[in-house]
Design a binder for this molecule. Structure first.
Ligand code: BGP
Length: 470
């Protein structure tokens, strides 16, 4: 096994843990509004209180310290810092994150800051339709600069955007996230604007000589062809062109893949991409310090005729067996893979897919890789104040072994963060889909924190640099 030291961490996001959604001067986000619309989330759950991390972060950090956690990835809520997205700054917001960062550092835990984990200030949605407008580039860069000014130096790892591919596709194709549209052209426009935001923030960070490393995190889902037949291989090619390389090349190569460009152009849905855009994107591709990757699952691809499967909403209630073929007619469809296991939410469990992804990204972009999320969403059972989550331990073990293997095969893997440290709100799946090392009893208003068996397991991962997973 490799001896290279990995930074071992765990992650969360503001909306999923903080609560205090309208306290101390915080402005509303698009998620604060979305969850209040009937039928948008599992049983109408929302993050008004979540895990109450806003008030209880010291207790949570104490548990991290007890575990020996080396890095805690959390996100800053833009509307907590700047309630209207632009303009007046909320000092209470600055103070909260400042205290969190100091508490982490005092406990020898590296703060890893995500600038955007989906909670856009609602004011910007109202003002110019949020991600659909190029105006967001300047406003986001100002917000990022504010964070660099207040937290720069203390924070060494910055993740600009969390899963821009997910919040744009769920927001503009599947209508499962705000703003709830179904419009392929809008999706491509919004995604292009995320690439410009990413690039502009990388540039500002570098020009200001802020110490540390910066990148963004893509949700990366590798795709296998279901057979060796050329039509299935072709489907795989089209998936990579329009999904994986579309999302990653724009950030880490500074351009879009050609076949997909031509395809979207023919359909008349390609956004305007100026030469200045490409220059800025090329700058970021060169200067970003790492590629963030969130890995949960792989997919399997097959030929999809022009009158074939369309995009389908997915399982959000944990009743296993709802897998439906879904895809883009004429391009590809995602099919069931009988060779791998699935979670209760029908997510493919595929540790080999992680190794495959790391090697694929390493080959294509030659940058350090930072796994910013990996984990298992499951139902946990609380019995006599204990949670025996051996399935989560198995899942993490299998993935960590692949991380170590990737290093032996030449991948520059610098960090691994699990999703998540404590249980938290799952955006669409409520509180019943759990990921943490620390159980939170959401039925008890005191929100007690209880260590699961996986807590001790990950403690040992950290102590042995993953060698206990061999
Ligand atoms: C990622 C998000 C996280 C988290 C995780 C698990 O896409 O970045 O915020 O939610 O997925 O997803 P879910 O909660 O839907 O199971």
């Amino acid at each position: 096994m490799s001896d290279k030291k990995i930074l071992w961490g765990s992650a969360s996001a503001a909306y999923q843990v903080e609560g205090a959604f309208d306290q101390d001067g915080k402005g509303p986000s698009i998620w604060d509004r979305w969850v209040k619309l009937p039928g948008k989330t599992f049983e109408g759950t929302n993050g008004d209180i979540a895990t109450d991390h806003y008030h209880r972060f010291k207790e949570d950090v104490a548990l991290m310290k007890e575990m020996g956690l080396e890095a805690y990835r959390f996100s800053i809520s833009w509307p907590r810092l700047i309630p209207n997205g632009v303009g007046d700054v909320n000092q209470a917001g600055i103070d909260f994150y400042s205290q969190l960062i100091d508490t982490l550092i005092e406990n020898k835990i590296e703060p890893v800051v995500t600038l955007y984990h989906w909670d856009l200030p609602a004011a910007l949605q109202d003002k110019y339709k949020g991600w659909l407008s190029r105006d967001i580039v300047a406003d986001f860069t100002q917000y990022a600069d504010l964070c660099f000014k207040h937290f720069g130096g203390r924070v060494k790892y910055w993740i600009i955007l969390n899963e821009p591919n997910i919040f744009t596709s769920l927001g503009y194709i599947l209508a499962m996230h705000p703003p709830g549209h179904v419009d392929q052209k809008e999706y491509l426009q919004a995604y292009h604007n995320t690439a410009l935001v990413h690039a502009s923030v990388v540039k500002s960070f570098k020009e200001k000589n802020i110490p540390g490393m910066i990148g963004s995190s893509i949700a990366y889902t590798p795709g296998y062809a279901v057979s060796e037949e050329h039509w299935d291989k072709e489907a795989q090619y089209k998936y990579y062109q329009t999904v994986n390389w579309w999302h990653c090349d724009s950030y880490y190569k500074g351009s879009y893949p050609q076949w997909a460009m031509d395809h979207f152009k023919q359909l008349g849905i390609l956004p305007e991409i100026t030469s200045e855009d490409l220059e800025l994107m090329a700058y970021a591709a060169k200067h970003a310090d790492f590629i963030g990757i969130n890995y949960y699952q792989s997919t399997t691809l097959a030929y999809n005729p022009i009158d074939g499967a369309t995009m389908e909403k997915f399982n959000t209630d944990g009743v296993k067996g709802q897998f439906k073929e879904s895809g883009i007619p004429g391009l590809y469809k995602n099919v069931y893979n009988p060779h791998i296991r699935y979670t209760d939410w029908d997510w493919a469990i595929d540790p080999d897919g992680l190794l495959y992804s790391l090697k694929e990204l390493n080959d294509r972009y030659h940058k350090p890789l930072f796994i910013s999320e990996n984990g298992l969403g499951a139902f946990d059972v609380l019995e006599n104040s204990e949670i025996h989550d051996c399935y989560r331990i198995d899942y993490l073990k299998e993935h960590i072994v692949r991380c170590k293997q990737s290093i032996l095969e030449g991948v520059d893997l610098i960090a691994y963060c699990t999703w998540s440290f404590t249980d938290l709100l799952s955006w669409l799946n409520g509180f019943q889909k759990r990921y943490g090392f620390v159980y939170i009893d959401f039925l008890d208003p005191g929100l007690p924190r209880i260590k699961k068996d996986s807590f001790a397991f990950y403690q040992e991962v950290i102590r042995t640099n993953g060698d206990n997973c061999e």
